[in-house]
Design a protein around this ligand. Structure first.
Ligand code: AMP
Ligand code: ZN
Ligand code: FE
Ligand code: FE
Length: 288
């Protein structure tokens, strides 16, 4: 089984890339995409961990070895805006040299936005600080939610989102304007495969109305399997993929233990054939 949607401490996950790779091996995951929010900074450590011969011995996972390591799929989850609402676009196999420059502006925007949310919280009487963040690290609302919990202002992340950070709540600040079509075009320009992440979490319109616009912009796939989707929604998304000739992806959107998300690794039972299709499309994109 594979995982095509995971976060590390380079964005709002709670596991470092190394710990994430270890957990994935323990869960029997054969291939895993690192899809941090607006950053590629977790790829190298994940690849190093996957190549580490000691890893498999240490974890006593005999079905893995240096000759049969877990496969790391390079990816990201871009934060964009559509109809004034947050929309996440996954990108698989983007060219790092092409994407790194444009991403610096996205990351700087995330940092400005995080500071704006901290300023709002302070004005509301809830001053908190973010943990120190290195250059490639992407701050997000979950970091602020954890800081609020650690300060004792809320009992858990959920309360932090319900009272302060959820869309429309007093300390929430929207992403700086970067439209979904721009995100899709950017990923394509960097030889990556753009995929609409968890469409049924989108709050700015009906999936059937929005999808044709995204396809027009160059969208190549839909994240069909996601813990927030019902079986019925997954079936609908799979039919859309057939209708529009789109790739299907899926993953647990794993953020690590204590992140306030409820799905574990391998929760979506995604098969290797989806990754093969993704790779085929990538080759066609780059070759043709
Ligand atoms: P950001 O990228 O800063 O907008 O934060 C988005 C992330 O916050 C998502 O990927 C989720 O991990 C998390 N999130 C969004 N809404 C909620 C919520 N209502 N409760 C808990 N976590 C949430
Ligand atoms: Zn996240
Ligand atoms: Fe997302
Ligand atoms: Fe995610």
């Amino acid at each position: 089984m594979i995982e095509l949607h995971c976060h590390t401490t380079f964005s709002d996950g709670t596991l470092s890339p190394t710990r994430l790779v270890e957990s994935a091996v323990m869960a029997g995951v054969r291939a895993m995409a690192i899809t941090d929010h607006d950053t590629l900074a977790g790829w190298d450590e994940a690849r190093e961990a996957a190549k580490d011969p000691d890893l498999y011995d240490r974890l006593s996972q005999p079905s893995f070895s240096v000759s049969q390591p877990i496969e790391i799929v390079p990816g990201l989850e871009l934060s964009t805006v559509y109809n004034g609402k947050s929309m996440h676009i996954l990108g698989f196999y983007p060219d790092r040299d092409k994407l790194s420059g444009p991403l610096m502006e996205r990351l700087a925007g995330r940092k400005r936005r995080a500071q704006a949310m901290l300023d709002k919280l302070e004005a509301l009487g809830y001053p908190v600080e973010l943990p120190p963040m290195g250059p490639g690290m992407a701050p997000g609302r979950p970091h602020i939610a954890r800081a609020l919990r650690e300060a004792g202002y809320v009992k858990d992340s959920r309360e932090a989102f319900d009272r302060f950070l959820g869309e429309g709540m007093p300390a929430c600040v929207d992403y700086e304007k970067f439209y979904a079509s721009e995100g899709i075009e950017l990923i394509l320009a960097c030889d990556g495969i753009p995929v609409w992440a968890h469409p049924y979490l989108f709050r700015g319109g009906e999936v059937e109305a929005v999808l044709p616009k995204l396809v027009e912009a160059g969208l190549m796939g839909i994240e069909v399997f996601h813990p927030s989707h019902t079986e019925y929604q997954q079936e609908k998304l799979a039919r859309f993929c057939e209708t529009y000739g789109l790739l299907m992806t899926g993953g647990s959107d794993y953020h690590g233990p204590g992140a306030g998300h409820h799905s574990g690794l391998n929760s979506q039972n995604v098969g290797m054939e989806l990754l093969e299709a993704l790779k085929g499309a990538r080759s066609a994109l780059v070759g043709g």
